[in-house]
Design a protein around this ligand. Structure first.
Ligand code: ADP
Ligand code: MG
Length: 293
C-alpha cells in the first residue's frame, strides 16, 4: 500500500535524519519503534507531505506522494507529536469546523462528528473546551480530528507518550478498531504499544531502519538465545562486562538481568523472548544502546 524507496533527509544543521529508507507498509497497524532522535517524526512528516526528502520516492495506493501532495492529503489523517487546539472552543464545535475545512458536506457534518465523538469516548465531554481536556482526552480528540473524512492512511506520532496505563489501553483499542480498515503508522518508543497492536514493526535508529518484521516472528528469532538470572546489584557491572546484557529489572531488591548469548551462560535460566528483547538487542547490535542506563 505505502512504499518508500531510498528516502533520505539531511537537515541544514548536518543531521542525517533519514538515511536511505526502504519500507513496504501493508494494510493494518504498522509500528515504528525507536529511541528519541531516531528520525520517526521526520519520517512521518515526510510521508504526510509536510516536508520534502532530499532523495527517494514514496507512493501510496498508486499516488506518487511527493509529486501529488493534494491527492495524498485528501486521504490522509495525521496526528502530530504535538498539536494545538483553538482555546476555549468546545470539542464538538471544533470538530464540526474542521469537518467543514476538510470538505465534508454540511448535511453530513453533524452525523460524522457525532460518530467520531462516540468512537473516541468523548461524547460526554463534547461541550467541554479541548484545552481543558486531560492528556488522554486530548489524544483521543486528536484521533477524532485525524479520522475526519475516513482517511485510508492514518499517521499517529507518539500518541501514547504521557498517558496513564488505562488511557493508553483505551487509546490502543480505538487504534486497533481503525487499523482493521486502514493503513495506520504508529510511532512510539513504548514497546508495549507495538506488541499489543501492530501486525508489523520497524525498529529505527539514527535515521535507519534496523529491522522489520512481524513481532511474533522477530521474537521467535531469539528463541534459545535469551537467558536470565537474578543477581545482586553490585554484580551487574561485572555481568555487563562479560555478557550482552539486554536489560536489567529491579526485583525484590535484587536485579533480574536478561542476557543474549548463543551458548548457555553459567548459572542462567532460559528466558522467553519478548518484543522488548528484540528492540534492545537490535539497538545494541548497532551500538545504539547506552549500556550504562
Ligand atoms: P524522533 O521523532 O525519532 O525523536 P526526529 O525525526 O524528531 O526523531 O529527529 C531526528 C533527528 O533530526 C534528531 O537528531 C533531531 O535533533 C533532528 N531534527 C529534527 N527536526 C529537525 C529540524 N527541523 N532541524 C534540524 N534538525 C532536526
Ligand atoms: Mg518524534
Amino acid at each position: 500500500m505505502l512504499k518508500l524507496t531510498g528516502v533520505s533527509k539531511t537537515y541544514s544543521g548536518g543531521v542525517q535524519a533519514l538515511q536511505d529508507i526502504y519500507l513496504d507498509v501493508p494494510k493494518g497497524m504498522f509500528g515504528l519503534l525507536g529511541p528519541n532522535g531516531a528520525g520517526k517524526s521526520t519520517l512521518m512528516r515526510t510521508i504526510a507531505t509536510l516536508q520534502q526528502p532530499d532523495q527517494g520516492a514514496i507512493t501510496f495506493d498508486g499516488i506518487n506522494i511527493l509529486q501529488d501532495k493534494t491527492a495524498l492529503r485528501r486521504t490522509l489523517g495525521y496526528l502530530p507529536q504535538e498539536f494545538g487546539a483553538y482555546p476555549r472552543t468546545a470539542a464538538f464545535t471544533m470538530l464540526k469546523y474542521l469537518a467543514a475545512l476538510k470538505g465534508i458536506h454540511s448535511s453530513q457534518q453533524q452525523q460524522v462528528v457525532e460518530n467520531l465523538l462516540v468512537k473516541t469516548n468523548l461524547w460526554d465531554a463534547r461541550n467541554k473546551s479541548v484545552d481543558n481536556f486531560s492528556g488522554g482526552m486530548k489524544q483521543r480528540y486528536g484521533i477524532a480530528q485525524a479520522l475526519l473524512g475516513n482517511p485510508a492512511l492514518l499517521i499517529v506520532d507518539e500518541p501514547t507518550a504521557g498517558l496513564d496505563p488505562a488511557e493508553r489501553r483505551r487509546f490502543q483499542n480505538i487504534l486497533a478498531e481503525v487499523g482493521e480498515e486502514t493503513v495506520v503508522i504508529l510511532s512510539t518508543h513504548i514497546v508495549d504499544d507495538v506488541r499489543e497492536l501492530c501486525s508489523q514493526v520497524a525498529i529505527m535508529g539514527r535515521g535507519r531502519i534496523l529491522k522489520v518484521g512481524e513481532p511474533l516472528q522477530l521474537m521467535r528469532e531469539l528463541n534459545g538465545r535469551l537467558w536470565t538470572q537474578v543477581v545482586s546489584r553490585d554484580e551487574v557491572a561485572a555481568m555487563r562486562a562479560r555478557y550482552t546484557v539486554l536489560s536489567t529489572r529491579l526485583k525484590a531488591g535484587a536485579m533480574e538481568i536478561r542476557v543474549l548469548s548463543d551458548t548457555p551462560p553459567e548459572h542462567m535460566q532460559p528466558a522467553t523472548p519478548e518484543l522488548e528483547d528484540v528492540y534492545f538487542s537490535t539497538l545494541i547490535s548497532h551500538n545504539l544502546k547506552d549500556n550504562l542506563e
